[in-house]
Design a binder for this molecule. Structure first.
Ligand code: ADP
Ligand code: MG
Length: 714
């Protein structure tokens, strides 16, 4: 299509009316009001808002309305949509048909029972070795707090019902269940605090999340020529391109046409699903981009983030592209993460992380802040673990953003207030000339947005929210938010216990803020989180520095973690043990796939190409000598190529031998460490050799698209 025509099409005929399409595929509150009898709507609303159980009669009414709505929209199937421990979503489609009636018409059926509960074979999903003690049977149960939606794909239109996934005996086998449990725990404890401060109208406290999603795009034809991208999502070989991100011209740069068309389609699909895709821009690395939605309830944000990742992958294919969500697709350029913006708000609309207008709100803010600081310090290991996945090992603790050491960034102004409180128990001045209007001499009014940005902190206060920057780009955000909610619930619970018993509330709050800040000051760090100096300083302060996913896993089952999670009914010890097992299994399996892919590519693509090149050089040398020419330079090149080929072959042999031993390691944890300590090292030696050869061999003979092509031909 001619350029001009194409733009006319985009601008005119296909112009998107965002107000018309937004949420059109969602069974949202609006649709429920229109389609449900008043009584059933009210009943369902109560269930959603207050977490009650749905009665079977209402369930039938809702199911019927949902089915009619979905069929009118062209849906042919329904599915319980859930999030097993694979990190992605699972679905099994059932058509809306049952038997024919007497006239041979097909009946459409969907009962309340089918809406509320489904069955799935639990033993086919990761369950962490506890599978044999679990009944193989697993159940999916409707989470009515996250709206049902219709997904449009090659399968047609499918009604998706967000569900939790549990074993027959009640163990959570998914990421949603613990997240929902942690939201309840946080709400209950935070309510105790706001009540103490005289708030009587709030009914619950909601954790809100806005995850910024980074991703790479790559041309599909090139992608298909890279077995490493296809099997592992990242490049296992590849010499650096002459140009990388050093010109700093990609971040916020003009979005290229092809990428723009992808983003336009992506937004349209997401808006239809009720996902508030808001911000889009080019990221630091070539071919890297970001999408950020507007924040919403943690549970819905987690569901929507899954939809964002899924939709990115699907829409990319329609544009002859592939979307890479891996944390480190390319060596030597920035990787991708997810900035998890988190805040806690009352249902009456007060953000508890917003430094308030009045002295009262201000004190409440400082108390909650001090509790969060305590929570992060006490459970730094757990927070680190919550963001661990295989790909993220390439970022955290590997000289890339953000560091593996957890710390809290407060900004200059707030840190100054905190230091004053620690030193004298009072804060009498605010930096940058702010005016105190506390009326309670000990606590200042804190100005909003007076903080500078800090890009190196894993957990940064940004005005009225915390930004947890450590989550991996491909990972579900559920685990991170489960841990955040849980650890803060615990700290708030401790505070509420103390303050409910205090004789003098004002004095009690004052003392507690000072105590929390003094005892946990070590976790506050405002400097450069990437520097060597911080690593040393953090060590001196006794902060954990956990470099890898499998070294982080034991944090799940420390006494401290078990007591935290059991206290608030978020995980049982059994669930935690199984999750730790899943970490080791997942890690070993992932690195195993990477190792096998490398062996395959090195043996069947790279080595043969190098040998072909060496033979062609040899033939050239031979020809030259037969003509009595001086072939010294050519011979020298040949020698160097040959030398490198033998290094490559040796590295390949070592990897193959060590890999053969891996299967003999029976214990899952031991096996995971074997992959990390032995196999990964072998892989890196092999890669170095292959990457050196890539820079020596005739480009026309190299069997793989280069870094330059992958990153610049989008
Ligand atoms: P930044 O200054 O870090 O670029 P933005 O204001 O653009 O932050 O927001 C980034 C993400 O944070 C968005 O997804 C946004 O919806 C979310 N966000 C903003 N305010 C809050 C809040 N109070 N709680 C949770 N998330 C929030
Ligand atoms: Mg960003």
């Amino acid at each position: 299509m001619a350029e001009r025509e194409r733009y006319t099409e985009i601008r005119e005929e296909n112009a998107i009316r965002i107000d018309e399409i937004f949420g059109q595929n969602v069974f949202n509150d609006n649709v429920m009001q229109q389609r449900l009898p008043k009584k059933s709507y009210r009943e369902l609303r109560h269930v959603i808002d207050e977490g009650r159980t749905l009665d079977p009669v209402t369930a039938d009414v809702v199911a019927h309305a949902m089915k009619e709505w979905a069929i009118e929209k062209g849906a042919t199937h329904f599915t319980h949509w859930f999030q097993p421990l694979t990190g992605i979503t699972a679905e099994k489609h059932d058509a809306f048909i049952s038997h024919e009636d007497e006239e041979g018409r097909v009946m459409t059926e969907f009962s309340g029972k089918e809406l509320v509960r489904g069955e799935a074979d639990a033993s086919s999903f990761p369950s962490g070795g506890t599978r044999s003690t679990f009944e193989a049977r697993g159940y999916t149960t409707w989470d009515c707090s996250s709206p049902a939606f219709i997904k449009e794909s090659g399968c047609g239109k499918i009604l998706c019902i967000p569900t939790a996934f549990n074993s027959y005996t009640g163990e959570a086998l998914d990421r949603k269940t613990p997240l929902l449990r942690s939201m309840d725990a946080l709400s209950e404890q935070a309510m105790r605090i706001v009540r103490l401060f005289g708030n009587t109208d709030a009914k619950k406290v909601i954790s809100s999340v806005g995850p910024e999603q980074e991703y790479f795009l790559v041309d599909e034809d090139l992608y298909k020529k890279r077995p490493d991208l296809m099997y592992t999502g990242r490049t296992l070989f590849g010499a650096p391109a002459p140009r990388g991100q050093e010109m700093e011209d990609h971040y916020y740069g003009v979005i290229r046409e092809r990428v723009g068309e992808f983003m336009r389609d992506l937004n349209t699909e997401l808006w239809k699903l009720g996902v508030t895709a808001k911000t889009q821009h080019n990221e630091v690395a070539p071919a890297q981009h970001e999408l950020a939605p507007i924040y919403e309830t943690a549970n819905i944000a987690a569901d929507h983030n899954q939809l964002v990742m899924e939709t990115m992958k699907r829409v990319a294919v329609h544009h002859g592209l592939r979307c890479l969500l891996h944390e480190k697709p390319y060596k030597g350029v920035n990787g991708s993460g997810k900035h998890n913006n988190w805040s806690i708000n009352t249902d009456s609309g007060m953000n508890l992380l917003d430094p308030g207008e009045t002295p009262n709100e201000n004190i409440q803010f400082l108390l909650i802040l001090s509790c969060i600081i305590k929570a992060v310090d006490v459970h730094a290991d757990l927070l680190r673990q919550s963001a661990a996945d295989v790909g993220n090992d390439h970022r955290l603790g590997a000289n890339e953003a953000p560091p593996a050491i957890m710390s809290v960034f407060l900004g200059e102004q707030l840190e100054d207030v905190v230091l004053q409180l620690i030193e004298t128990g009072e804060a009498t001045s605010v930096k940058q000339g702010g005016v105190l209007k506390t009326g309670v001499s000990i606590l200042p009014d804190v100005e909003k947005d007076a903080t500078d940005r800090n890009r190196t902190s894993p957990f940064a206060f940004t005005g009225n929210k915390f930004e947890f920057r450590t989550v991996g780009s491909s990972d579900s955000i559920a685990a991170a938010n489960t841990v955040l909610n849980a650890i803060v619930a615990e700290a708030l619970c401790d505070a509420a216990n103390e303050l409910e018993a205090a004789e003098d509330f004002d004095m009690g709050v004052h003392d507690l803020i000072k105590k929390n800040l003094t005892e946990h000051q070590r976790i506050i760090f405002n400097g450069d989180g990437y520097s060597e100096a911080w690593i040393k300083e953090a060590k001196r302060r006794g902060l954990p520095n956990i470099p890898s996913m499998i070294e982080a896993a034991p944090a799940l089952t420390t006494d401290k973690a078990i007591s935290l999670f059991e206290k608030f009914g978020i995980f049982t010890k059994k669930e935690l043990t199984s999750r730790e097992e899943v970490v080791y299994e997942t890690y070993a399996k992932s690195i195993n796939i990477e190792a096998l892919t490398m062996i395959d590519m090195a043996s069947r693509q790279i080595l043969p190409a190098c040998i072909r090149y060496a033979s062609s050089l040899a033939a050239g040398v031979k020809d030259m000598l037969s003509l009595d020419m001086d072939a010294a330079t050519e011979k020298d090149i040949l020698n160097r190529v040959q030398e490198e080929i033998s290094k490559l072959k040796k590295a390949l042999d070592v990897l193959e031998e060590d890999h053969a031993k891996a299967v003999t390691v029976a214990d899952e944890k031991e096996k995971a460490f074997y992959y990390k300590d032995v196999i990964k090292k072998d892989m890196s030696v092999l890669r170095e050799s292959a990457d050196r050869l890539e820079l020596m061999v005739d480009k026309r003979m190299w069997p793989l698209p280069t870094y330059g092509e992958l990153m610049f031909e989008v």
